[in-house]
Design a protein around this ligand. Structure first.
Ligand code: PXP
Length: 236
């Protein structure tokens, strides 16, 4: 299983003070040392966490794959064509503003998504679409020309009961199988953590996970004791 580490949350912390640290570029280097095969970042229209400086430096420093999540807009397309990440994952821009919001509506926006996909592929950038595990969206992704999909695991992760979680897992299994059958590379992500990731590993068609929040949160807690010790040593 390939692991893509999403470093947006490191930049969110930096932006809380608009300072120099923690630098998501430094975090990406450490994630790679830890074994991440891919670094994932989402440059948003409002640049609320990572920005173009981060993208540009990551393009110059990441050794493995660089996966840029972005909206299917002309402004973002221009940035992607300039920086040339290995993969672009098209995502809905307003995602996360409402927790219930799902993946990209490829069925409803196929022409626009197909146009951006074609332009990216002409520059040899792989295109993945972040979608809910729904057959119609998977088929539309294939028709739009994408060669990969990232299945949104948010509903599975947020399921409140064991039966709801089982139902969401079954949707992911069906979606992953359908996507693989169409020849699409299948990734998954959003909300995965140290407690809910295991059942996802049993879905053979899923070959990549993109995980951010839970890893950054764990890093904070496993690192805090040493950080305090360092400060105590410094101040005596
Ligand atoms: N996949 C996509 C498409 C994302 O946008 C994100 C970040 O929101 C993730 C995966 C990682 O999600 P999380 O930070 O919840 O692990």
């Amino acid at each position: 299983m390939r692991l893509g580490v999403n470093i947006d949350h490191v930049a969110t912390l930096r932006q809380a003070r608009r300072g120099r640290y923690p630098d998501p570029v430094a975090a990406a280097a450490l994630a790679e040392l830890g074994g991440a095969e891919q670094i994932t970042l989402h440059v948003r229209e409002d640049r609320r966490h990572v920005n173009e400086r981060d993208l540009s430096l990551l393009r110059q420093t990441v050794n493995g794959a660089l996966n840029l999540e972005m909206a299917a807009t002309d402004a973002m397309l221009a940035i992607a064509l300039r920086e040339k990440p290995d993969t672009v994952t098209l995502v809905p821009e307003k995602r996360e503003e409402l927790t219930t919001e799902g993946g990209l509506d490829v069925v409803g926006q196929r022409a626009a998504i197909a146009r951006v996909t074609k332009a990216l592929q002409a520059a040899e950038i792989e295109v993945s679409l972040f979608i809910d595990p729904e057959i119609a969206q998977i088929e539309a992704s294939k028709r739009a020309g994408a060669t990969a999909v990232e299945l949104h695991t948010g509903s599975y992760c947020e399921a409140k009961s064991a039966s709801a979680r089982k139902k969401e897992l079954a949707r992911l299994v069906r979606g992953a199988k359908a996507a693989a059958k169409l020849g699409l590379r299948v990734a998954a992500g959003h909300g995965l953590d140290y407690w809910n990731v295991k059942p996802i590993l049993e879905i053979a068609e899923i070959t990549e996970l993109n995980i951010g929040y839970s890893i950054v949160c764990r890093a904070l807690l496993v690192g805090l004791e040493n950080a305090v010790r360092d400060m105590k040593e410094l101040i005596g």
